[in-house]
Design a protein around this ligand. Structure first.
Ligand SMILES: Nc1nc2c(ncn2[C@@H]2O[C@H](COP(=O)(O)OP(=O)(O)O)[C@@H](O)[C@H]2O)c(=O)[nH]1
Ligand SMILES: [Mg+2]
Length: 254
């Protein structure tokens, strides 16, 4: 990863997993940084890339060289969850926002920061499915979000409406939870939220408006089998090794 600026620590780290994003990387990062600069935030952007087969790395390296706030992290395996987790570990800010390069919703960053700064929550989820949210994605993906989160509620006792996508974290509170996560790929994001909730962290959802800059790189039907496999692993891990109420850091096996 490119060396961090040894100067002042950022208050906010944005972690953005990216994979084959040559089409929108430069424009998205450029306008994101300009908007964050205009808000006067002390921030860094950790771009967590792995195994892209297009010009993503070349473009990411150029932007990291041009903008001191941008760091490029290269995770060794093709793995969204692994890259996101590594980005959270390497983030230096007190607050960490998990972003997606096709969203970059500064409105969410500002609302979530206000909640974290005033110590009203440890985790703020940008929900696509709660009352007040606006989701402009195609119908199958909206339905998939609802079905998936209903499965998390039924099988894992999740109490919210969304786990994948935008979230803001108080880094210190969440690091022990990240360390206990066992699944990879897409389901890691859900595991993080569910384990945070089960360990007693204050999780709050706020509605977001979702307007993707492009269709997702992986087709929905190709994603489903892997998501189901990882969900099964997560259910086994949570129900067998930590019955409800015992995900608290003090109660886990050492
Ligand atoms: N590092 C990494 N990032 C990924 C991978 N797959 C998707 N991403 C990134 O994750 C974010 C969301 O991906 P997207 O294709 O829009 O899927 P969506 O979350 O269902 O909308 C984008 O920033 C992608 O570049 C992957 O395998 N590795
Ligand atoms: Mg997307």
């Amino acid at each position: 990863m490119s060396e961090p600026d040894p100067g002042e620590e950022p208050e906010l780290s944005l972690v953005i997993p990216v994979y084959n994003e040559e089409g929108i990387l430069a424009e998205s990062l450029g306008s994101l940084c300009e908007r964050l600069d205009a808000e006067g935030l002390r921030y860094e952007v950790v771009v967590a890339e792995n195994g892209s087969r297009d010009r993503t790395v070349e473009i990411g390296e150029r932007i990291a060289a041009e903008r001191p706030q941008v760091r490029l992290l290269r995770y060794p395996e093709p793995n969204y969850g692994g890259a996101l987790r590594e980005g959270i570990y390497r983030a230096r800010g007190r607050f960490v926002i998990c972003e997606e390069i096709d969203l970059c919703d500064v409105g969410f960053h500002l609302r979530a920061l206000e909640i974290l700064r005033s110590d009203e929550a440890d985790v703020v989820i940008g929900s696509k499915a709660m009352r007040g949210a606006a989701d402009t994605r195609p119908l199958p993906r909206r339905v998939a979000t609802r079905v998936y989160n209903a499965m998390l509620r039924v099988t894992l006792g999740f109490s919210g409406t969304d786990t994948h996508g935008l979230k803001a974290l108080r880094r210190e509170a969440v690091l022990p939870v990240v360390a206990r996560c066992v699944v990879e790929h897409d389901v890691f994001a859900s595991e993080l939220v569910i384990r945070a909730e089960r360990s007693g962290l204050r999780v709050r959802e706020i509605p977001v408006t979702i307007e993707e800059k492009r269709a997702p790189s992986i087709e929905l039907r190709r994603r489903v089998p892997r998501v189901l496999r990882n969900l099964a692993r997560l259910m086994v891990s949570i129900h067998l090794s930590s019955p409800v109420g015992s995900d608290h850091p003090d109660e886990r096996p050492h």
